[in-house]
Design a protein around this ligand. Structure first.
Ligand SMILES: CC(C)(COP(=O)(O)OP(=O)(O)OC[C@H]1O[C@@H](n2cnc3c(N)ncnc32)[C@H](O)[C@@H]1OP(=O)(O)O)[C@@H](O)C(=O)NCCC(=O)NCCS
Length: 146
């Protein structure tokens, strides 16, 4: 089942068939967090998570995806709005759509990582980690630079 949210002349949709994977890859591969990522890896990440595409007509204007078990936890990743479309509330609408998604309810926790967009996520209830000492990460030895 696919879901849609309207925002003025823009549409947020979970329909994978709408996604311009080349356009999503073109942004991500230049982003600070996924620099150099391949098209194949972007396609695989979309296939195996819940994508939210942002569109004006058929044009890709932004993207986000949720990595999830559909039961307890969601990780919000790869959030972006393309430059010409920024500053109109669309980033916020994308994140809101993820949080409203009917199949992503009743979770214990949502997580995300961001270098500088904390203000956007705070507006939607995200906070600093309450207990960072309870979290760990593992960066594999040969992981690509971020
Ligand atoms: C971050 C990004 C998605 C925001 O998209 P956007 O459509 O311009 O944001 P919105 O217009 O929906 O902003 C909504 C609110 O969040 C705030 N906000 C947006 N970006 C912010 C940022 N980087 N830091 C703090 N607050 C931010 C806005 O000020 C606005 O608040 P206001 O309504 O009180 O003015 C977009 O700038 C982007 O794609 N940036 C490059 C990629 C990136 O850094 N992604 C985040 C990775 S975690």
């Amino acid at each position: 089942v696919d879901y849609e949210w309207e925002h003025g002349e823009y549409l947020v949709s979970t329909d994978r068939r709408r996604i311009d994977v080349e356009a999503v890859h073109a942004f991500l591969t230049t982003s600070y967090w996924a620099r150099g990522v391949s098209l194949d890896r972007v396609a695989r990440s979309i296939d195996n998570s819940v994508p939210l595409g942002l569109y004006r007509d058929t044009q890709q204007a932004g993207f986000a995806r949720v990595i999830t078990d559909y039961a307890t936890f969601g990780y919000l990743a790869d959030v972006f709005v393309l430059e010409p479309h920024r500053g109109r509330g669309l980033g916020r609408r994308l994140v809101e759509a993820a949080l409203e998604h009917p199949e992503l309810q009743g979770f214990r926790k949502w997580l995300l990582a961001t270098r500088d967009a904390h203000g956007l996520y705070r507006q939607l209830g995200f906070t600093d980690l309450a207990n960072p000492q309870q979290f760990m990460q593992r960066v594999p030895p040969n992981a690509p630079d971020r």
